[in-house]
Design a protein around this ligand. Structure first.
Ligand code: ZN
Length: 61
C-alpha cells in the first residue's frame, strides 16, 4: 500500500471542490467609479477612486 487515496474522488465531489475556484476572489470589490475589481480598502489602481471618489490622479498612457 502506497500513499494513495483509498477511493477515487467522484466527479460530483471533484466538481464541488472546483466550484469555488472561479468565484470572485475574496477581498476584492468592484470599483464604484470604473467598475474594475480592486482590493477592498485600497484605492482603485485603474482610476484612482476610493469609495466612488477620485482621490489619486492616475495617468493613462
Ligand atoms: Zn476604478
Amino acid at each position: 500500500m502506497g500513499p494513495l487515496p483509498k477511493r477515487k474522488i467522484s466527479k460530483t465531489r471533484r466538481d464541488k471542490r472546483r466550484s469555488h475556484d472561479f468565484l470572485t476572489p475574496q477581498h476584492l470589490v468592484v470599483c464604484e467609479n470604473c467598475g474594475e475589481y480592486h482590493r477592498a480598502h485600497y484605492v482603485c489602481p485603474k482610476c484612482g477612486a476610493y469609495k466612488g471618489e477620485t482621490v489619486v490622479e492616475v495617468n493613462e498612457d
